[in-house]
Each structure stands twice: as structure tokens, then as C-alpha cells.
Design a protein around this ligand. Structure first.
Ligand code: DGL
Length: 294
């Protein structure tokens, strides 16, 4: 994925007066956004971070549009209520479906993510590029508009990553079942001459090693977490929201589920021994189901 190609101007002038020492709020349907959080920590080490995984409701990639709108809006509102000065929707699916709605509803600068079609078209030599993403992302108007603008003479092979988000959510990045699933997606791309693979879902960077084990050096992997962090950096500069004083290096980790996998992945990916707060974020489509669980 990459940061959105055309970042709209901040629609809300009042947000510019927010406190620079406030947190950057990062959201994903689950644990995938941790790959973005890792890049944000590297590029912006002074920022306080709050990460929320809606793991109770992941994956979003097969849900209906209204469900994704409902959850994305509820979670973004919650981050604003926690005092976030800016939001990163670190989820291609939520960006594709709901970012326009959230921007209409919330008066806060927002960075979204989208599959790295543009960088892939720039680097592919064979002019065949594979894209792995969720069903919602691949069918979205935003994604098709990216292809129209940037695919050029490249052939893009689109593959829904059925089962991959669920595997990462249970911290499975190397089981024989996962490897077989990944092979079934990657081998047809390799056979067709693809030399570049776009990771169009923030969960998939966790599968980097598994992809390498299957494809070796035959596929260049386009993972643009760092581009997203740089986009955030530019936005904070433009809105004079950058925190210049060193902040607590430990992000605040929150989850709508029990947080066990988040803790495990934070340890292996970020080398952070984090505690994860369980939070309850009701929304129109889930409040009944969640109260049943309580
Ligand atoms: N990390 C999310 C994305 O980038 C996964 C979506 C899902 O939950 O299916 O699309």
C-alpha cells in the first residue's frame, strides 16, 4: 500500500490549533496497522502514538459497505475522543470504503492508505505486477481509479488474499496451510511473468518472509509503510502539529478483542513488551452483538 496519492487539504481550520503534544491515532481492522505504526515510530520518533485494532470485528475485507462505514466512523470518533490530533487509517479496506465519509464527518486531519500501484508501475521491468488485497479494496472505485491513473502499460493481476488476514490475526505467518494458500496466489503470478508484488493490505507485510520463501528474489515487494509515515510527517509539518519534544516511546495499544495476538505481534515485530488495553467501542451495527457477549 502507499499513502494516498492526492492528499486533500485539511478541511477543518480549527484542527490546526490542536496541541502538538497530543497523540497520533492509528487504526486498523486488526493487527495489520502495526506495520504502519512501526514505520511511523521510525520516521517520527517524538510522536505519542495510540493504536486501536478492531480485532473483534476483523476481517473487514468481506463485510458489507455499511458495516465498514459504521465501524470506521465509530473507531475514528473514539480516537478523537482520546485526544488524537491526527488520524492514520492504516487499513486499505477502510480507506477504500470509508475515508471520504470520515473526512466529511470529523474535523481532524486524516491520512489514509492505498495499494502501491504507482510505485509498482514505476519499478516493474517485466510490466506484469501482482496485487494482493482484500475483496473490498479490489472492488472499490478508489482502487480502479488508481489503476486508471498509474497502471500505464503494466498488466496488473489482481488476487484477493482470502484467509491471509485471519492467519495474521492468529499470528500464523509460516504454517504449512498458510504457505499452501500463499503459493496458490503467487505461483500463477510468477508463471505469468510478474516481477513485482503489491501488498495491498497492511496485514501482508507480516508475510514478507513467507512470500520470500516461495518467490525468492523473483518478486520485488512493494510495501509502502514508510511512504505513509512520510506523508504523515508532511501533514504534521503543514498543520504545525509536530511534537518536537521527546515523547514516551511506548505507544498506547488498544484492542476491541482480548489483545493477546496484538501483544504477541508487538513483541515479535516491534520488539515491544506492550500491554494491550481492552476497549469497548459500540456502534450502530455492533452494539447489540457486543452486549450479547458481555
Ligand atoms: N489491514 C486491513 C487492510 O489493509 C485488513 C482488512 C481486513 O480486515 O480484511 O485492508
Amino acid at each position: 500500500m502507499s499513502a494516498e496519492s492526492d492528499l486533500p487539504p485539511n478541511p477543518n481550520p480549527t484542527a490546526r490549533s490542536a496541541d502538538p503534544s497530543a497523540s497520533v491515532g492509528i487504526f486498523d481492522s486488526g493487527l495489520g496497522g502495526l506495520s504502519v505504526l512501526r514505520a511511523v515510530r521510525a520516521v517520527l520518533p517524538h510522536e505519542r502514538l495510540i493504536y486501536i485494532a478492531d480485532s473483534l470485528h476483523a476481517p473487514y475485507g468481506k463485510k458489507d459497505d455499511d458495516f465498514i462505514d459504521d465501524r470506521t466512523t465509530a473507531i475514528c470518533r473514539w480516537l478523537v475522543a482520546q485526544g488524537a490530533k491526527v488520524l492514520v487509517v492504516a487499513c486499505n479496506t477502510a480507506t477504500a470504503q470509508s475515508i471520504a465519509l470520515v473526512r466529511e464527518t470529523l474535523a481532524i486531519p486524516i491520512v489514509g492508505v492505498e495499494p502501491g500501484v504507482k510505485p509498482a508501475a514505476a519499478v516493474s521491468k517485466s510490466r506484469v505486477v501482482g496485487v494482493l488485497a482484500t475483496q473490498v479494496t479490489l472492488r472499490s472505485a478508489r482502487f480502479w481509479s488508481l489503476l486508471e491513473r498509474y497502471a500505464g502499460d503494466c498488466r496488473f493481476m489482481l488476487q484477493t488474499g482470502h484467509g491471509l488476514v485471519q492467519a495474521v490475526e492468529r499470528c500464523d505467518t509460516s504454517s504449512p496451510e498458510l504457505m499452501a494458500l500463499l503459493e496458490s496466489y503467487l505461483v500463477p503470478m510468477l508463471d505469468a511473468g510478474a516481477d513485482t508484488l503489491v501488498l495491498g493490505c497492511t496485514h501482508y507485510p507480516f508475510l514478507d518472509r513467507a512470500i520470500r520463501d516461495i518467490a525468492g528474489e523473483r518478486l520485488q515487494i512493494v510495501d509502502t509503510s514508510v511512504a505513509i509515515a512520510r506523508q504523515l510527517d508532511r501533514l504534521l509539518d503543514a498543520d504545525r502539529l509536530k511534537n518536537d519534544a521527546p515523547a514516551d516511546p511506548m505507544p498506547r495499544f488498544c484492542s476491541t478483542a482480548d489483545g493477546k495476538s496484538q501483544r504477541q505481534l508487538a513483541a515479535s515485530l516491534l520488539h515491544l513488551d506492550a500491554t494491550v488495553e481492552h476497549v469497548h467501542i459500540p456502534s450502530r451495527r455492533t452494539s447489540v452483538a457486543e452486549s450479547d457477549l458481555a
